[in-house]
Design a protein around this ligand. Sequence first.
Ligand SMILES: *Cc1c(COP(=O)(O)O)cnc(C)c1O
Length: 378
Amino acid sequence: MSAHKERIYLSPPHMSGREMQYIQEAFDTNWVAPLGPNVDGFEEAVASYTGVDHVAALSSGTAAIHLALIILGVEPGDEVIVSTFTFSATVNPIIYQGATPIFVDSEEDTWNMDPRLLEKAIEERMEMGTKPKAIIVVHLYGMPAKMDEITAIADRYEIPVIEDAAEALGSRYKGQAIGSLGKMAVFSFNGNKILNTSGGGVLLSKEEGLISRARFLATQARDQAIHYQHSQIGYNYRMSNILAGIGRGQMEVIEDRVRSKRENFSFYKERLGPRQGITFLEEPDASFYSNYWLSTILVDPEFTGITREKMQMALEAENIESRPLWKPMHMQPVFSSYPDYLNGTAQELFAKGLCLPSGSNLSDADRERVLRALLKTL
Ligand SMILES: *Cc1c(COP(=O)(O)O)cnc(C)c1O
């Protein structure tokens, strides 16, 4: 039976229908190149949506994080504080720069960087003789981190904050767009993010100088000269004009996508809860507005009688995709030797957490099918 059921994906692409028009324009005018009118239009769309004036469209969110670190002068021997509860792409660019990641654990309400542990980490690193060069704060699953607390600490020690908002386009904190709260911020438009260009990212900042430097580095660091001249190492990190056309079509429907994601969350919350042993990642109070990129739950087998692995397998048997929460970076074989400041939260989230199907194109019937499959396991 279930073999005939169509697969329900975790967070599949969802086009607006306008993308082809922008791509067609690029073909018609032969702007099949990196840069071009779609890149400009896409950057303007992100700037006007977030209220952050300066935006560089890049080949990926990972490239955007890498450039942010380079621009802040992160070099071999430097330390960069970063959330342990994230995807590896947050951390890899720290290693590209030859720097050391210092992992900081989560707090229970937002699942994001614990401000108290952040302060402890900064103080201890400074006592040991190194002041961290930057802090990368992640807004995981679209939930804003406690930016007031985090930026107050960062400002006190004069350490710049990069927001990894790869998963949080459309989220807000105290009414302000996520992506507008640090020195620089990153969004991703990779395949399963809330909007997608098949692959891509942006770096944004209120400071024009930082973003013009990002553009320079992203186009092979070419000096002003009529011949090709280079006095610095460059990168080929710009977004193509074709993909930026997809981005323009996607940006037109960001509010619809946020609404659909939030409806998914409300559906699961109302129909699955309240129930002992199931907890949701939800906005702690009115300061937080999440895009609910993925609806996530913690499953406590003591009350539900089922582990999250078994629940995932049961959904899979019904051809429904779900996924464990991110495995914390300090538990990853490749990163386990780096310093960490832990309270056990991320490890517990990983042990119990599951991401439910959260596509913005999930139909009512799909949602009912997921719900039935979930209830069957409980
Ligand atoms: C997706 C993601 C990235 C990387 O973005 P890409 O565009 O895939 O390179 C970085 N950080 C987080 C938290 C992500 O989810």
